[in-house]
Design a protein around this ligand. Structure first.
Ligand code: C2O
Ligand code: CU
Ligand code: CU
Length: 502
């Protein structure tokens, strides 16, 4: 009889079947090799200076091996593909130097962060080839998982696809008081989930057709931290996974093969009020969630992601526990199921802290204090060909860097009423703020959406009302963005600009 450890790391080539608890069996008919151990992004804590913590990031080209025996041209930050995890303390001042060694312009945007617009890393802060751009700001975030990625003008899709993205973990100094697993790479693990399409030569294939732009670029191979079908050896009773949907366009439902439940503890911008027990979790591009997985049963568990092709009609609206609904066009939808992570527990597990019952108290802002309601209507033209690029609009207009679409007043609260008038889902993202979802189609948000959010998924014909407060930073000249986080839609113009005026 093989030990679990032997089957995972030592002995290849054995078909392995591990009995589940009377449920589906976890069958591994492949030989795990060192190649598909989960990679943990390097942790970059920065250099502490007298008045700030400094991070040096170099945007560079690279070569990566995702598929056996084939190499892929990639982009990365300080490495060949993706970037290190930036660790920031709540309240600390950070200075980030971004050196662009590419032959093309790029940017790095701190997704989910509340920063002055001139440091937001949008197309207005494009870094020319060979140049270095410095952003400096205070990490005024709640502890959570954020991320940075290219926001290059009309090139965010291809640049993120090739690798320009990385995680940011914001935490209390010295991790005091969370009561949650915080041992990075051991029981606190970021998972950057991305789908890619490979050519026979091993190179990435990016949007070749209008279809890829309309639906958003979707691949058939899932990379998790840049690894296909990875395995993780778990040493603790409880594992904290920080999930980031870093895909260009795919929406995933995460679920264990055994349907094992887990606790969701955080949404985009911070912890939930209390852990939420569930067995299924949907994330659209740009969204994050943190979950705690109990491994005390000692059995391997495989996390999977189910995804339906974006063009398949109305999707299920119940974000948890419901199967994809049948498309209104009568098709059942092109469903893909991907392996996200095989978690194999050690023979003996180190004890984990018991999960606190209260994670964070959310201050409640009274919607009645909102001074203004703005409407945002997301639309896609149906036309194909050259004109379709003008078909990606918000309020009938495509992105224009020279036009400010909305002007909001500093120190005010607003309601943004967002409607999806198109036939496919769009994740709507707003810079500068963490907002609250007031309601979705007139009903209060489900518990997993009741916390801090910066990206919200709208299925076709859905409507959400968001409550946003604009604080601290005003700049009448430099805008922030709001946009669809399907990067091909963003690049094609489903984006607008707002300034916060003093
Ligand atoms: Cu994650 Cu405007 O982007
Ligand atoms: Cu953003
Ligand atoms: Cu979209």
């Amino acid at each position: 009889m093989l030990t679990r450890r032997g089957t995972l790391l030592g002995i290849g080539g054995f078909p392995l079947v591990i009995g589940g608890c009377g449920q589906s069996q976890l069958a591994l008919d492949q030989s795990p090799s060192k190649r598909n151990l989960l990679k943990i992004p390097q942790l970059l804590s920065g250099q502490k200076k007298a008045s700030y913590t400094e991070y040096n990031l170099t945007v560079q080209t690279g070569t990566s091996t995702f598929l056996e025996g084939r190499s892929t041209s990639t982009l990365g930050i300080n490495q060949d593909y993706l970037g290190p995890t930036l660790k920031m303390d709540v309240g600390s001042t950070v200075r980030i130097n971004v050196n662009n060694t590419l032959q093309e312009g790029t940017t790095l945007h701190w997704h989910g962060f509340h920063v002055p617009a001139k440091y937001d890393g949008t197309p207005h802060q494009t870094i020319a080839p060979g140049k270095t751009w410095t952003a400096q700001f205070e990490a005024r975030q709640k502890p959570s998982l954020f991320w940075y990625h290219s926001h290059a003008h009309k090139q965010a899709g291809p640049q993120v696809y090739r690798g320009l993205a990385g995680p940011i973990i914001v935490q209390e100094p010295d991790n005091i008081g969370s009561g949650l697993p915080v041992d990075y790479g051991v029981d606190d693990v970021p998972l950057i989930v991305q789908d890619r399409l490979f050519g026979n030569d091993g190179e990435f294939i990016y949007a070749r057709s209008m279809h890829d732009i309309m639906m958003g670029m979707q691949g058939d191979t899932l990379l998790v931290n840049g690894v296909v079908d990875p395995v993780f050896e778990c040493k603790t009773e409880v594992l904290r996974l920080r999930l980031l949907n870093g895909s260009n366009a795919r929406i995933y439902d995460f679920e264990f093969e055994t349907r094992q439940s887990f606790s969701m503890i955080a949404s985009d911008g911070g912890l939930l009020e209390s852990p939420l027990k569930t067995s299924r979790l949907r994330l659209s591009p740009g969204e994050r969630a943190e979950i705690l997985v109990d491994m005390r049963h000692g059995m391997p568990r495989r996390l999977k992601a189910t995804s339906t092709s974006n063009g398949m009609g109305v999707m299920g609206r119940d974000m948890m526990g419901e199967r994809w609904r049948r498309g209104n066009n009568g098709r059942t939808g092109g469903k893909s199921v991907f392996n996200v992570l095989l978690i194999v527990p050690n023979e003996t597990l180190n004890p984990s802290p018991s999960v606190p019952t209260t994670l964070m108290r959310h201050g409640v802002i009274d919607p009645a204090t909102a001074v203004k309601t703005r409407q945002f209507v997301l639309q896609m033209g149906m036309g194909m060909g050259m004109r379709a690029r003008n078909g990606f609009t918000i309020n009938g207009r495509s992105m224009d860097m020279g036009r400010i679409d909305e002007r909001v007043k500093l120190n005010t609260t607003e309601i943004w009423d967002v409607q999806n008038a198109s036939w496919m889902p769009h994740p709507f993202h707003v810079h500068d703020v963490q907002f609250r979802i007031l309601d979705r189609n007139g009903s209060p948000p489900a518990p997993h959406e009741a916390g801090l959010k910066d990206t919200v998924l709208l299925s076709p014909r859905e409507r959400v009302r968001l409550l946003l407060s604009f604080k601290d930073y005003a700049d009448p000249d430099v805008p922030y963005m709001y946009h669809c986080h399907i990067l091909e839609h963003e690049d094609a113009g489903m984006m607008g600009q707002f300034v916060v005026e003093p």
